[in-house]
Design a protein. Structure first.
Length: 166
């Protein structure tokens, strides 16, 4: 995979996300490489272990769009929401499976807006799906997925609120 080319496409999509909306929702955006994939991630610092980089924190929640060699061969762009080691998130008392069930219950209302999505995973992957893409111009699909996430990101906050320690 020509990572420079794909990194540029992912960064181009990231640059088109409404910065005021990101700021209002306290979301961060990042693009980069992970193993053999190019990614775009959306996340909140409050969804990660404090005093750790939220991109690599032990405990974190994030939305990701990515592409890798196998995806390129199939002309697919993958996306998901991960929730990693939530039992350790400070200020909360979370059982991962209950958190996943809470999120997924709320997500049902929006599932129809996400192509090829599934929630039939363990508690670490809240949802995952893919889009068929045109390899010549797929930043629009990346942006569409990011904007779809911006519409539902509050579902994560709502689910977290149910597990807040009092």
């Amino acid at each position: 995979m020509e990572t420079t080319y794909y990194l540029e496409r992912f960064q181009n999509a990231a640059d088109q996300i409404d910065r005021r909306l990101l700021a209002r929702k306290q979301l961060e955006v990042s693009t980069g490489l992970y193993i053999d994939s190019v990614f775009l991630k959306l996340y909140k610092k409050s969804w990660a272990s404090p005093l750790q980089d939220p991109l690599v924190a032990e405990t974190r929640i994030f939305f990701s769009v990515w592409i890798c060699d196998s995806a390129l061969r199939e002309r697919k762009l993958f996306y998901n929401i991960h929730a990693l080691k939530l039992r350790r998130l400070k200020g909360y008392s979370i059982e991962s499976r209950k958190f996943a069930d809470t999120f997924r219950g709320s997500f049902k209302e929006f599932e129809h807006k996400w192509k090829n999505v599934s929630v039939k995973f363990g508690p670490l992957t809240l949802m995952e799906g893919w889009l068929k893409i045109n390899l010549g111009n797929f930043q629009d699909e990346i942006l569409e997925l990011a904007n779809n996430f911006l519409e539902i990101e509050y579902l994560i906050d709502d689910a977290l609120a149910k597990f807040k320690r009092t």
